[in-house]
Design a protein. Structure first.
Length: 328
């Protein structure tokens, strides 16, 4: 695979890298960031990852996870390069204006390594973009970066990249599971990734509180074939002592019914501020819907942010699906 020459040149020439990803990082975000950090450090260079805290329980097994720093204590001027991983907008890095304003003061060159379809990507001339929506996971792109830089795929890197891949392919169940995905996964296993262990940690390590939140979500489920829709309120998060990261994969369960082809999960992050996750089967392209709300993602997995009440937001989604002939 051919990578942008400008991207390779930056990794070869520069010495210190600040690695950031999107809010509520998932396995692809964490695994890709950590693999990139390990790669950069192979060349005796500095790399630090900053994300939101706390780290979700299901990813605390990842090699290097304890090296990740709290984004609230970020000092951007200590680095030569800012790298956005699994994310292509600074606005996706945090909900907090203070943190975003701090990141925007970074005056050096920026890199974007991502596989999401996104509208209104930055036109910053000091930004080198490598965005490939054809790749099933950003972790696959980091794999090719390692090959291009002639780095070593250590057991630590293999574990992180394998995690990245199984999260964004649904453990090889989604339509994006290709020959390329399976070939790379096989190599990662040869390099030290342990599939059974990684699966159990990433998919079967729910806390009692997370399961309580899941049950609450199921109690809100409504079905308008081919759509299944559910929501989680701020009160639900507070009363179950959970956080947004605990909802990872919830939306996947909403489309297990045979006649459901689209699922939507609304999460109330703050009063009047919602995050919406969309999933679909087959030819139902939910990325088009997310894009019209200012979001993005992939054909069968996308999302967006919106303001207003839960009732208003759900009605707007239903109207948009009808306008696209996805709902009757």
């Amino acid at each position: 695979m051919k990578l942008p020459k400008a991207l390779i040149d930056v990794f070869r020439k520069e010495n210190s890298f600040l690695i950031l990803t999107h809010t509520t990082p998932d396995g692809d975000a964490f695994g890709s960031c950590l693999a990139l950090k390990f790669l950069i450090e192979q060349f005796s260079k500095k790399a630090e990852i900053y994300t939101e805290y706390p780290i979700p329980l299901q990813y605390q097994f990842l090699p290097g996870i304890n090296s990740i720093k709290n984004i609230n204590f970020l000092k951007v001027n200590e680095f030569d390069i800012l790298v956005l991983v699994d994310c292509n907008k600074i606005s996706r890095v945090s909900y907090e204006k203070e943190i975003l304003d701090k990141i925007k003061t970074f005056s050096g060159n920026k890199l974007i390594i991502d596989h999401h379809i996104e509208v209104n990507i930055s036109n910053d001339v000091k930004c080198v973009k490598w965005i490939d929506p054809e790749k099933a996971a950003t972790g696959i792109m980091i794999y090719y970066l390692i090959k291009a830089l002639r780095g070593d795929i250590t057991p630590q890197i293999a574990t992180n990249l394998y995690t990245a891949i199984i999260i964004d392919t649904g453990n090889f169940q989604f339509d994006n599971t290709t020959h390329e995905v399976l070939r790379i996964a096989s190599e990662l296993v040869q390099s030290g990734a342990r599939p059974s262990y990684i699966y159990q940690e990433a998919f079967e390590s729910w806390s009692d509180n997370r399961f309580a939140l899941f049950k609450r979500m199921l109690n809100t489920l409504s079905v308008i074939p081919p759509l299944a829709i559910a929501y989680i309120t701020k009160k639900d998060f507070d009363e179950t002592q959970t956080q947004e990261s605990d909802t990872e994969r919830f939306v996947e369960f909403l489309k297990v019914l045979k006649d459901i082809y689209i699922s939507a999960l609304f999460r109330e992050i703050q009063a009047g501020f919602l995050k919406v996750s969309l999933r679909s089967k087959g030819d139902f392209d939910v990325s088009k819907i997310a894009a019209e709300f200012g979001g993005g993602g992939h054909k069968n997995a996308s999302g967006y942010r919106t303001n207003g009440s839960l009732k208003e937001a759900q009605q707007k989604l239903i109207e948009k699906l009808k306008a696209h002939n996805m709902l009757y």
